[in-house]
Ligand binder design. Structure first.
Ligand SMILES: Nc1ncnc2c1ncn2[C@@H]1O[C@H](COP(=O)(O)OP(=O)(O)O)[C@@H](O)[C@H]1O
Ligand SMILES: [Mg+2]
Length: 302
């Protein structure tokens, strides 16, 4: 039994679904015999006295959540998401390089840097990829800076916008599909599976269309109904990043599978857990057991 911190910020608490999910998480920890505390950014110093930390504020290596993860790591407090996973997943270039290194199937992808968006290079790129193609600003999340382009003019316009924010732009083959599989992976095992159904008005799971936000529907899929190759690929992609908690997005097209993204800090409050009521118990168990194992190692080495 121990002290579990849940790192949150005002944004995490801004919607009722997120709040309900956090309270459920806290109650589950208490049911399991732990003491659970919400930790806000101003209380970051309390992290060193915890036995485990679960980060539920938007992770990015430029955010306070990363500092929280580092404080936990430096003090030997087991933490999900761990700083390395945050660093890798918050930069799509880094994340895709990890997938490529492990030969994880993904859409054809290149990275172009500042100064490379020239007419000459565009000729080459348009020969290499059949339009449309997808452009991503590496630090994007929630589909914010992911665009589909058909022409060289669109390519130049979007890439120039992205290059103001980053040294690199990701150029990717467009994979058509009606939904993204979202495979939740914890410590190398399947945690949950669902489908994010792409809204008709757009190609991505959420978008601003004529000033209105449109969101995907979430359909939780029981394990028995998930094809084994999807589960295996989700786990493989998660393992290419680390041994934490990941949400892996997979598209299927013409019988081939493509990993679109590995997310650290995946959403759990959109109905992902409907067929998997033990998600929270498993996450809490994983974090708190890691602490126990460390204590055991310390004791046995004394
Ligand atoms: N190569 C692609 N082909 C087709 N759709 C894509 C592709 N890459 C991304 N998308 C769509 O755009 C969404 C957002 O892209 P993603 O890479 O996950 O960026 P973000 O980190 O902003 O969520 C995905 O969920 C997917 O639906
Ligand atoms: Mg995404």
């Amino acid at each position: 039994m121990g002290k579990l911190g849940i790192f949150v910020d005002r944004q995490t608490l801004s919607s009722s679904v997120q709040l309900i999910s956090l309270i459920k998480f806290r109650d589950e920890a208490e049911n399991m015999g732990h003491q659970a505390y919400f930790i806000f950014p101003t209380e970051i110093k309390k992290i060193s006295g915890l036995d485990g930390l679960f980060i539920r504020s938007r992770t990015d290596s430029m955010n306070i959540s990363y500092v929280a993860a580092r404080i936990a790591e430096l003090n030997g407090v087991p933490v999900i998401d761990d700083p390395t996973s945050i660093r890798i997943c918050s930069d799509k270039v880094n994340m895709y390089l990890h997938l490529m290194k492990k030969d994880v199937p993904m859409p054809k992808t290149i990275f172009i840097k500042k100064g490379e968006v020239t007419l000459e290079n565009l000729e080459e790129i348009f020969k290499m990829f059949n339009p449309p193609m997808i452009l991503k600003e590496p630090s994007t999340s929630f589909s914010a800076r992911v665009e589909r382009v058909y022409t060289k003019e669109e390519f130049i316009k979007v890439s120039r916008r992205f290059i103001k924010l980053s040294d690199w732009v990701v150029v990717q083959e467009y994979i058509d599909s009606k939904f993204d599989w979202r495979i939740g992976v914890l410590d190398g095992e399947l945690l949950y599976a669902c489908k994010y159904i792409i809204p008709n008005e757009t190609f991505k799971i959420q978008a601003s269309v004529n000033g209105h936000l449109v969101y995907c529907d979430v359909v939780s899929v029981p394990k028995e109904e998930v094809p084994q190759d999807i589960i295996d690929l989700g786990i493989r992609a998660g393992n290419a990043i680390g041994n934490g908690l990941y949400g892996v997005d997979i598209k299927e097209n013409n019988g081939s599978l493509y990993v679109i993204e590995v997310n650290d800090n995946p959403s759990l409050d959109g109905g992902e857990d409907i067929s998997y009521p033990d998600i929270y118990e498993k996450i809490i168990g994983c974090i708190m057991n890691r602490g126990k194992n460390t204590q055991n190692i310390n004791l046995s080495t004394k």
